[in-house]
Ligand binder design. Structure first.
Ligand SMILES: [Zn+2]
Length: 157
């Protein structure tokens, strides 16, 4: 067996095992960080909450009292320029446009890794997602007994 042949075979095995791993361990998307947003080009599309917005820039607001705060400017779904505190933006936005946020643990997941549920309380009916590979849905409904999972075909806008 030549050296090249061995290398090729090892490479193939590694690919094979990484495919297997991908199947068994589900991935979580990484959230945004202050660093990643500092180098983000203007015009980058981001998922912010459940909407797709366009990143404009990071800027600093000087307060009259002397302090300053970092804010993110973005174009919202209505095409208007909006501005929000950087800390809040980082918690709610992601570069992965297909990401869904688990209503239980707040992790960013791919749509395939989520189970959809419709929850209701006295004032709202809402469609939410939970991690498929963890017991997030079960834990959520234990912690919020007033929010009942609904069955049947509910249209949620
Ligand atoms: Zn979760």
């Amino acid at each position: 067996m030549t050296n090249n042949h061995t290398l090729g075979r090892n490479h193939w095995l590694r690919e094979f095992y990484s495919l297997l791993e991908e199947k068994t361990t589900m991935q979580q998307y990484k959230p945004l960080t202050r660093d990643s947003i500092s180098f983000m080009p203007s015009g980058t599309k981001l998922k912010f909450g459940s909407q797709i917005v366009e990143f404009v820039r990071k800027s600093t607001i000087q307060h009259n009292g002397g302090g300053s705060e970092s804010v993110i400017e973005y174009i919202d779904v209505d095409g208007k320029l909006a501005r929000i505190e950087e800390t809040l933006f980082i918690q709610l936005a992601t570069e992965h446009l297909d990401a869904e946020r688990c209503a239980g643990c707040n992790a960013l997941r791919t749509p395939e890794d989520c189970i959809p549920r419709v929850i209701s309380s006295w004032c709202f009916v809402r469609a939410v997602k939970f991690c498929k590979d963890k017991e997030c849905a079960k834990r959520f409904f234990l912690m919020h007994p007033e929010r009942k999972p609904m069955t049947g075909n509910w249209k949620v806008s």
